[in-house]
Design a protein around this ligand. Structure first.
Ligand code: ATP
Ligand code: MG
Length: 588
């Protein structure tokens, strides 16, 4: 029998429920904060924290952020905003390889673009985990001193074998019972560069028989001679992520540390480590707690930095901000908006169950937001010429088009009408199919915001392709005049005056992958790229679009939403990217 579910209030989720309960019970009421991250002694010298909660968004600067990260950003920054807390932006840069300043910059840009800030009441909550290396080293020595860590001399292979399996307990390392003095001496020698990369590992001493493999003496420090973008060559040993992350949270006095489900099995180690360091007096209480939620999986794209790096490096796309990529930089160039992402993250919610979200859900959110906000303009994407033979050759007449049908306060703009117009090729049919109400031989149609015209003929080239359509206008039928309704027509087409048109490059984007779940079933995701994911056309646009500044978004009537490209537009010569069509036209 299906169980009755208690309705969850809009925008609520299980993490909000946890935060509300913690606040109600005063769990963090006397938590102290000295104005910057630090150990127990540092925080004890501070005041009771004015921030009721502290959350963090902790990207590793090893790639650009993607749409999945937006979910985490809205969740973490959103909690802080709604519960009188603060959210830190923390670069989790403890892995020396693959991290760079370009990535750091792109991440700060993306977070700001989504509308969030780490600047709180004179306090900059922007941190780099690599600034905590000294403390992490101290924490490791503290574990050694208290008998909670040892230096292992087994090879990587030996360690793998002795770790055991899901059904079999692991075996203790022969080096597990080294004395504290011996461990300290070896660990210091590791730090001082006396051992080769990968030769020695510092491990937490927990339980090789634990049912949770992550508690079978996990590695916490390894020897790695690698240049670090922040600390240079100061270190030749680096902490493992699972050791570094809880410490970063604790030093920053994070209350609710929110991560994706794959870290659920790491939670016991997270707690074990912080409790050991708090017992030893290194870390302030109360300690942060980890909570896991389901990551965003979105059809027709890949949300993994590793795969995105491959797409960029192997030049399957033009750059990290290619408008087809699901990076936030790409989405921005595509014309997606921060408000659209907000709507999307509200709509998909936060849960503990993994699921796939259909890409069309994201597109619907972008449409909804753009329908409200984007002004309307006229664009002919596949132009053929229409000549109004009974219209004076040198006449220019003003027609008035509303900037936004839902917002009359945005007024109307002038679009010039002349004898020669561009219309869409598909708006004329020599032999109309059933239900085609646009321009046909001898038929009537309204030129939107202008006159009713009657088709009087057409011309073809040698290949039989229509090159030009002739018509005559009915002078009393102009839109907005009393005679406008004297003749009823079924069709209504858009147009742009030939001498006034802005001829312009327009990029029509489609999905990057042909398959909903790229790479599923062991296939190479690259073989599922959509070869037609972009087509570049030359369109005829209404003259006002020439002045559009970069990143202005419009609805091109009857076509969809378009944005003046951020990168390739120059003043007086914008180029446009299609953000999304008006309706979901994707053929399943
Ligand atoms: P990737 O798998 O793409 O490399 P990551 O998790 O390694 O992603 P991080 O830079 O470590 O990337 O992520 C920063 C934060 O964003 C983490 O807290 C992570 O949980 C969150 N995050 C990453 N991907 C998603 C996703 N698809 N949905 C929700 N949150 C995500
Ligand atoms: Mg990662």
């Amino acid at each position: 029998m299906a169980s009755e579910k208690t309705p969850i209030p809009l925008g609520s989720n299980f993490i909000r429920a946890i935060v509300e309960k913690d606040l109600e019970q005063g769990v963090y009421q006397s938590r102290q904060w000295a104005g910057s991250p630090g150990d127990a002694r540092h925080q004890a010298a501070g005041q009771v924290d004015v921030a009721k909660i502290r959350t963090r968004f902790p990207p590793e600067p090893n790639g650009y952020l993607h749409i999945g990260h937006a979910k985490s950003i809205f969740l973490n920054f959103g909690l802080a905003r709604d519960y009188a807390g603060v959210c830190h932006l923390r670069f989790d840069d403890t892995n020396p390889e693959k991290e760079s300043q370009e990535y750091v910059d792109s991440i700060t840009d993306a977070v700001k673009w989504l509308g969030f800030s780490w600047q709180n009441d004179h306090e900059q909550n922007l941190y780099f985990a690599s600034n905590y290396f000294d403390f992490m080293y101290r924490a490791a020595e503290c574990l050694i001193e208290n008998g909670h860590a040892y230096v292992d001399s087994q090879t990587a292979d030996e360690m793998r074998v002795s770790r055991g399996t899901l059904t079999e307990a692991g075996k203790n390392s022969p080096w597990r019972d080294r004395t504290v003095a011996e461990n300290l001496a070896l660990f210091r020698a590791m730090r001082d560069g006396q051992y080769a990369d990968g030769s020695l590992v510092l491990r937490a001493k927990i339980d090789m028989a634990s049912a949770n493999i992550n508690l079978r003496d996990p590695a916490i420090y390894r020897v790695r001679r690698a240049h670090h973008h922040n600390t240079g060559d100061k270190w030749c040993i680096y902490p493992m992520y699972t050791f570094a992350h809880p410490i970063e949270d604790a030093l920053e006095q994070i209350t609710h540390s929110i991560c994706t489900l794959e870290f659920e099995d790491q939670r016991p180690f997270y707690d074990w480590l912080l409790v050991r360091l708090a017992e030893a007096g290194l870390l302030a209480q109360p300690l942060p707690k980890q909570y896991e939620f389901a990551r965003l999986n979105l059809t027709y794209v890949v949300l993994s930095k590793r795969k995105l790096i491959q797409l960029v490096e192997e030049k399957h796309v033009s750059a990290w901000d290619d408008p087809r990529l699901p990076t936030l930089a790409g989405a921005r160039r595509r014309g997606y908006t921060a408000a659209g992402f907000k709507l999307f993250t509200d709509r998909i919610g936060v849960s503990k169950a993994d699921s796939w979200i259909d890409y069309s859900t994201l597109e619907d959110c972008m449409r909804e937001v753009l329908n409200e906000s984007a002004e309307r303009r006229i664009a002919v994407l596949d132009p053929i010429k229409l000549v109004i033979d009974n219209y004076p050759a040198d006449q220019v007449e003003d027609c008035f088009a509303p900037n936004h049908p839902l917002k009359p306060e945005l007024a109307k703009r002038v679009v010039p009408l002349t004898r020669e117009l561009w219309i869409e090729r598909e708006d004329f049919m020599e032999e109309p199919s059933k239900g085609f109400f646009r321009l046909v031989p001898d038929g009537l149609v309204r030129l939107r915001y202008g006159y009713v015209v009657k088709c009087t003929g057409f011309e073809k080239d040698a290949a039989g392709k229509v090159t030009l359509v002739h018509c005559e206008y009915l002078p009393d039928t102009k839109s907005g005049t009393p005679g406008a309704d004297s003749i009823k027509v079924k069709g209504n087409i858009h147009w742009v005056s030939v001498p006034h048109a802005y001829q312009c490059e327009v990029r029509l984007y489609d999905r990057l992958f042909k398959e909903a779940h790229p790479g599923e079933g062991g296939k190479d995701f690259l073989t599922e790229l959509n070869a037609d994911s972009v087509s570049v056309i030359t369109a005829q646009l209404e003259p006002s679009l020439k002045e559009a500044s970069a990143e202005t978004r419009f609805q091109f009537e009857r076509h969809g939403y378009f944005v003046a490209d951020k990168k390739d537009s120059v003043a007086g010569k914008p180029v446009f990217n299609r953000t999304v069509t008006l309706r979901d036209a994707w053929q399943k």
